[in-house]
Write a protein that binds this ligand. Sequence first.
Ligand code: MN
Length: 131
Amino acid sequence: MSKILVAEDNPANLELMREILNMQGHEIVEARDGGEALLQAEMAHPDLILLDVNMPVLNGYEVLERLHANQQMAGIKVVALTAYAMRGDRERALQAGFDGYLTKPIDVRTLLETIDEFLDHGEGRAGKYGT
Ligand code: MN
């Protein structure tokens, strides 16, 4: 079980991700704007953050910048969530320092694969199914 912070201002998306991640046995911490996301990241020390790019108070890029500026939080893996399926958006997110990128509407399989990738710490999938 891992602790995952989901920062998302769209209630339907937040609910969907909560259900999927709960089914996987993860502990979910939620935030509905960028300010809350920073606060929760600091308090909960999540293993992974799924960070909506378009949020009130602070957008995802501003939150990421502040996370990276904080020694205690700079190491947390952060995946961008964006509704914009525009060309170049992925590059912009990765260039800004996001570790990964997910496009909304959320595809369940892609979400799970992305989460596995970052929670496995690069060990791959073999060991996971071996025991
Ligand atoms: Mn949003």
